[in-house]
Design a protein around this ligand. Structure first.
Ligand code: HAM
Length: 413
């Protein structure tokens, strides 16, 4: 039997209803902040991610699903959403829309990663991008919205960590200091780190290799080298969060794995697994990097599989909506009546099941019971003749007489 590729999963009906429920709650939060949904292609030209995410990131260097299409163009399955969304923002002239432009998405992402708990090769992200505002207020709004997602999903055990990684102006001074520190042991770092030393030493702080991590202990931190503007911006973000009673910690070790970040970065950590369930930050240079006018932006994405782990732990009782009515029918004419009634009720958003096997009375009863139908209506010869039947509440056993009329039946469900 052919099996699914490593790092992918099947989402089965036993779980998909929970996803739908959580996705609906998250969507309600995003829309309450007036974010609007965007969908972008699953593949883009490779250059988009090389330029957007950054040549020296793990994502670009090691994790992209890249191939040449039949026309010889290099194509990459999207490893993240921000680059594609910003491309779409520019390509569709969204810069002329009222600013800020607030977009959200729920899309599959593809990264060739070492598969382990919480780390898949196909995974999903719900993300939000606020494009146009450079104010600290936008950072705060977006962090509040992320925080609200965990509240809406009844997930209490979550830790918000924030940091500032400055702007290109303050970063050059910092990079000098960082090179001095790393340079002392450069020979002992992994080969990837060595290639990053000149181009982008901050990426070395993000290396997952054990020996590199050990050498990184005590490295200078960007937060100590912020320019006045970045410092003030970060102070205001912190002040606002404190005033709003949003608990956070400053983690000067957050560098994020993508190159486009500037100033505020943040991560929400699962208190049980220690995994980052949501990550984001400001990316003031990306729109310009893709050829647009200088346009500040801030956003985040949450890994839906990781989010669902937490949702399931904290909402164990969430149940799928049961079938409202099972219509048991015997014989051709009775079956036609059952179709007539079920179609009317289904068009009113009720969940109706009926026999499509020509099964026996007993077999239909058994099935209605197995699927946990809330009510049962039996249409036999007698019922058809008198145009009236009994509707039974399966939980209480209570029976009520009803005419074979969809509206009347609906009132009893
Ligand atoms: P990221 O930190 O690379 O950021 O990913 C965001 C979230 O996606 C992570 O915190 C994690 O929950 C989930 N995730 C990442 N990789 C995997 C994986 N292999 N398996 C399962 N879940 C995973 C971004 O992608 C940015 N585009 C976020 C952003 C939007 N920043 C600004 N706007």
């Amino acid at each position: 039997m052919i099996q699914k590729p490593k790092g992918t999963r099947d989402l089965l009906p036993t779980e998909s209803y929970r996803w739908q429920e959580a996705e609906r709650k998250v969507k309600e939060v995003l829309e309450s902040y007036n974010f609007k949904e965007i969908r972008v292609p699953v593949f883009e030209y490779t250059e988009l991610f090389q330029r957007g995410v950054g040549e020296t990131t793990d994502v670009v260097q090691k994790e992209m699903y890249t191939f040449d299409d039949k026309g010889g163009r290099s194509i990459t399955l999207r490893p993240e959403g921000t680059a594609g969304v910003v491309r779409a923002y520019l390509e569709n002239g969204m810069g002329s829309m009222p600013s800020p432009v607030k977009l959200w998405y729920n899309m599959g992402m593809y990264r060739y990663e070492n598969v382990q708990k919480g780390r898949l090769r196909e995974f999903h992200q719900i993300g939000a991008e606020l494009i146009g505002s450079s104010s600290y207020l936008a950072d705060v709004d977006v962090i509040l919205m992320a925080n609200q997602i965990f509240k809406a999903l009844n997930i209490p055990n979550i830790q918000l960590n924030i940091n500032s990684i400055g702007c290109p102006k303050c970063r050059s001074e910092y990079q000098k200091k960082l090179r001095e520190f790393i340079g002392k042991n450069l020979d002992s770092y992994c080969d990837t780190c060595k290639t990053r030393f000149e181009k982008n030493p901050m990426r070395i702080l993000d290396c997952k290799e054990k020996r590199c991590k050990e050498f990184n202990v005590g490295a200078p931190m960007m937060i100590d080298y912020l320019c006045d503007e970045c410092k003030e911006h970060f102070e205001k973000v912190k002040e606002s969060l404190t005033a709003l009673n949003v608990k956070f910690e400053i983690d000067s070790g957050i560098v994020r794995g993508l190159d486009y970040y500037t100033k505020t970065v943040f991560e929400f950590i699962d208190g049980d697994s220690g995994l980052t369930v949501l990550g984001g930050g400001r990316y003031d240079g990306l729109v310009q990097e893709f050829g647009g006018q200088p346009t500040p932006a801030v956003g985040f994405a949450t890994g839906v599989e990781r989010l669902m782990e937490m949702y399931n732990v904290n909402n164990p009782d969430a149940e799928e909506k049961k079938v409202d009515l099972y219509i048991l029918s015997l014989g051709n004419e009775e079956s036609k009546k059952a179709f007539e009634i079920s179609e009317k009720l289904r068009s009113q958003n009720l969940k109706i099941e009926r026999d499509i096997f020509e099964r026996s009375f007993k077999a239909q009863m058994k099935y209605a019971d197995k699927i946990g139908a809330r009510n049962l209506l039996v249409i036999g010869e007698e019922e058809l003749k008198t145009n009236s039947a009994k509707i039974k509440n399966m939980a209480t056993g209570e029976e009520k007489e009803v005419s074979l009329n969809a509206d009347e039946i609906k009132n009893l469900l």
